[in-house]
Design a protein around this ligand. Structure first.
Ligand code: 5RP
Length: 225
């Protein structure tokens, strides 16, 4: 099976967690693409009444086009459940997100949800976080000063560039800096330090947020709790 089939299998399994009447957070990425398709199918076939909050315009457009009612997070009460992808997950369900530059909106939605589930293919499960470069969303004003501070801490920052060599802009027109520092031995300590750096709007360490991971494996789908 290729990676996309594993992502699709995980997404379809996770869609079974969606119940009638739920207020649902929908993440961003290629795995979530399959999730939105699977949820829309449940909604159609089982006449579920669900309302969604999206973490990107991509997800919002897809969900709306498939008939899922979407609202702004500011108009939503606490979300019942958010389902999202991830870039890396360790054995304690700590994760790195932001490969799609959506981690700021994803974290806002995640912390406003009663429950969070991640959907991944098995390549995303790791022993230690850090092989995947850690994304930071940084405001353009003074961003090179932030970059210098990160360099001084030996965090090996690189601006994320698009196909044309331009700096990637997030939903909020900020830049993305990826940290290529390798293994993150102490995720909480690093998250705490990053949280205190003025100019960094949000980092991609998602800690203590998730209690269920649905993994697409060659041997089948596994629900880890
Ligand atoms: C976007 C994310 C995604 O959830 C993460 O990058 C996983 O993406 P994919 O499902 O395409 O592998 O954090 O900011």
């Amino acid at each position: 099976m290729d990676t996309n089939q594993l992502k699709k299998a995980a997404a379809e399994k996770a869609a079974e967690f969606v119940e009638d009447g739920m207020m649902l957070g929908l993440g961003t990425g290629s795995t979530v693409f399959y999730l939105v398709e699977a949820i829309a199918k449940h909604v159609r076939e089982e006449h579920l009444q669900i309302t969604g909050v999206a973490t990107s315009s991509r997800t919002a457009q897809q969900a709306t086009s498939l008939g899922i009612k979407m609202i702004d997070i500011n108009d939503a009460p606490t979300l019942d459940l958010t389902i999202d992808g991830a870039d890396e997950i360790d054995q304690n369900f700590q994760g790195i997100k932001g490969g799609g530059a959506a981690h700021l909106l994803e974290k806002i939605v995640a912390i406003n949800s009663k429950r969070n589930i991640w959907i991944v293919d098995e390549s995303k499960l790791v022993e230690h976080l850090g092989a995947f470069p850690l994304p930071l969303e940084v405001i353009p004003f003074g961003c090179d000063k932030v970059f210098q501070r990160l360099t001084a801490e030996n965090l090996q920052p690189k601006y994320r560039l698009d196909d044309k060599g331009e700096r990637v802009r997030t939903h909020n027109k900020n830049f993305v800096i990826d940290l290529h520092a390798g293994t993150i031995a102490h995720p909480h300590l690093l998250a705490d330090w990053l949280d205190h750096q003025t100019g960094i709007v949000e980092h991609g360490l998602f800690l203590d947020l998730v209690n269920t991971v649905v993994v697409g494996k060659e041997s089948g789908v596994e629900v880890l709790q």
